[in-house]
Design a protein around this ligand. Structure first.
Ligand code: DAH
Length: 336
């Protein structure tokens, strides 16, 4: 006795289609029931045959299930939301450039077009570059304005980008003597020991600039800064200078620009004055040039330094400097 071929084929066809009820079907059960009706010597062979059929049915069913299951291919090199079935919970959208870095790129670009080369600063420096090379006498109280972090070895987290001035002069002295003016900016990070509030951060960025040639005057300084600021704000700005003090410039000025938001009429950005105090600048002190290997009797130059975050805050109406380092996505996404 063996299984009826037609019956077996019908069961196999159902399993192939994924009909899992076939395992509990009346037809299969009746085959098992038949065993008892057979003479004992035939039962073993027939039982084996039915078991083989059942295994085949199970195999076909599991194959069908494998085929129909949507197996997601995983690309281990892809961003995580590509592999995730929950993109809302895992917002692995593309990263974006930090707003400070974006604006620094614009600043570097404007000055490059004006013929300035772009330098970087460093995150750890020494007393010579931070103070001595910039005409700060030992123990002079002016050093107190630049309270920053100092290691036990006396290394300094620089409090301004002016630390690069001496290096720039020494590196470009030969070109200067060959008739090429020194024109350089530094856009980089600086550190201060500050009480933090909406206008003060312990870590921020500065834009330093130096220009050295023969017969350089304050008019060149003002024209250069006005040109840059007009380009950065996309609007012609005027400037105003007031006397100030820095050890590394003589004379020194505080440079204000006409408020680009109200055309000097007065608004909240300029505290109703029409002017915004923006940066420090001046004619490079002869001692600073001398320390950089440049003869102050032959050459003169101007320099300036300003906080980049302040500039960005003005441009975009950002009210708190602490946003920049907060890693708050809703702040950062506005600039993405
Ligand atoms: N280093 C100054 C500061 O951080 C800013 C500055 C003022 C830089 C005048 C200059 C300058 O180069 O000429 O407060």
């Amino acid at each position: 006795m063996s299984i009826d071929k037609k019956l077996a084929d019908a069961l196999l066809a159902r399993a192939e289609k994924g009909d899992s009820t076939v395992l509990r079907s009346v037809e299969l059960k009746s085959l098992f029931d038949q065993i008892k009706t057979l003479p004992p010597e035939e039962r073993g062979a027939f039982g084996k045959e039915i078991n083989a059929l059942r295994q085949k049915l199970e195999h076909l069913l599991s194959q069908h299930q494998l085929k129909s299951e949507k197996l997601e291919a995983i690309d281990v090199t892809a961003p995580m939301d590509v592999n995730s079935s929950l993109p809302e919970l895992l917002p692995a959208t593309e990263g974006s450039v930090h707003p400070t870095m974006k604006e620094i790129a614009k600043i570097n670009d404007i000055f490059s077009r004006m013929g300035f080369e772009v330098w970087e600063s460093r995150s750890i420096d020494d007393d010579y570059h931070m103070f001595t090379s910039l005409n700060f006498p030992e123990d002079h109280p002016a050093r107190d304005d630049y309270d920053t972090f100092i290691t036990e070895e006396g290394l300094i987290a620089p409090a301004h980008t002016s630390t690069m001035q001496n290096r720039i002069y020494k590196a470009r002295k030969k070109d200067l003597e060959a008739g090429k003016p020194i024109a350089a900016i530094v856009t980089d990070r600086v550190f201060r020991n500050e009480d933090l509030d909406a206008r003060h951060e312990h870590t921020f960025h500065q834009l330093e600039g130096v220009y050295v040639s023969k017969d350089v005057n304050v008019g060149n300084l003002i024209a250069t800064l006005e040109e840059f600021l007009s380009s950065y704000f996309g609007k012609k700005v005027e400037s105003r200078v007031n006397p100030f003090y820095f050890p590394f410039t003589e004379p020194s000025f505080e440079f204000s620009l006409s408020c680009p938001f109200c055309d000097k009429k007065g608004c909240s950005v300029c505290s109703q004055t029409g002017w915004i105090e923006l940066l420090g600048c001046g004619m490079i002190h002869p001692n600073v040039l001398k320390e950089g290997g440049i003869d102050p009797d032959v050459y003169s130059g101007f320099a300036w330094g300003l906080g980049i975050e302040r500039l960005i805050m003005m441009k975009y109406g950002i009210e708190d400097v602490r946003h920049f380092q907060s890693a708050k996505l809703d702040f950062l996404r506005q600039f993405a």
